[in-house]
Design a protein around this ligand. Structure first.
Ligand SMILES: O=P(O)(O)OC[C@H]1O[C@H](OP(=O)(O)OP(=O)(O)O)[C@H](O)[C@@H]1O
Ligand SMILES: Nc1nc2[nH]cnc2c(=O)[nH]1
Length: 189
């Protein structure tokens, strides 16, 4: 596709999407999460591990609200790869910090089926981390969870079972910069 067609297609998807949460509402949710995390991890000296790419915007905003000493790292694991259905998990980048005996806070945009987060948790535990907590901006509600009993430690907003973009989350690798949480119209999904 040429640039012009891509721009038209992506602009159409954005225009026909439903805004589920505005930027102001998302910021409020992030503030509440930060408040709780500041309370819980003030003495933990954690590594905050952002899961790329989706976790980028949420992690960036959350980090500026955390008021205690921490290290920042990232890893990139993807199983959607620009599609709206998940597949096999691919590791594109591993954490650089030694996680042995460290407290770790994993930060990701969305807990959907949870395969990504479960694999990341297993990898961190295998490195001998002292503790692992998870913060997700969104938790999607449905009955397809990889581990139905698993709950993230910090959840910003619960969303319905629709494919969403914005705040770091993509539609066909675009629209990660959308300033809110948007659900793709069913004709585009
Ligand atoms: O709970 P799950 O069903 O496993 O899905 C959640 C994961 O999916 C997205 O990543 P994606 O694979 O799209 O990679 P990306 O972050 O690079 O877009 C998102 O950022 C989460 O990491
Ligand atoms: N962009 C995006 N990525 C996801 N990964 C898992 N669920 C979703 C979703 O609803 N939107």
């Amino acid at each position: 596709m040429k640039d012009k067609e891509i721009i038209e297609t992506i602009n159409d998807v954005f225009k026909s999407a439903d805004c589920l949460y505005t930027q102001q509402e998302v910021e409020q949710a992030i503030n509440q999460m930060a408040y709780q995390i500041n309370h819980d991890l003030a003495e933990a000296n954690p590594v905050v591990l952002s899961i790329m790419n989706g976790g980028l915007v949420f992690a960036g905003q959350l980090l500026t609200k955390l008021t205690f000493p921490l290290n920042i790292d990232y890893c990139h694991a993807t199983r959607y790869r620009g599609k709206t259905q998940g597949g096999e998990l691919h590791w594109k980048a591993l954490p650089q910090y030694e996680l042995l005996d460290r407290n770790v806070l994993v930060v990701d945009d969305i807990l959907d089926e949870g395969h990504t987060l479960m694999a990341i948790l297993n990898a961190i535990k295998a490195q001998g981390a002292r503790s692992v907590k998870t913060a997700v901006l969104l938790d999607k509600k449905h009955d397809r969870k990889a581990n139905p009993t698993y709950q993230a430690d910090y959840v910003g907003i619960e969303i319905p079972d629709r494919y969403v973009f914005g705040y770091g989350m993509d539609f066909n690798e675009y629209l990660r910069n959308a300033p809110g949480i948007y659900a793709v119209a069913s004709k585009d999904n």
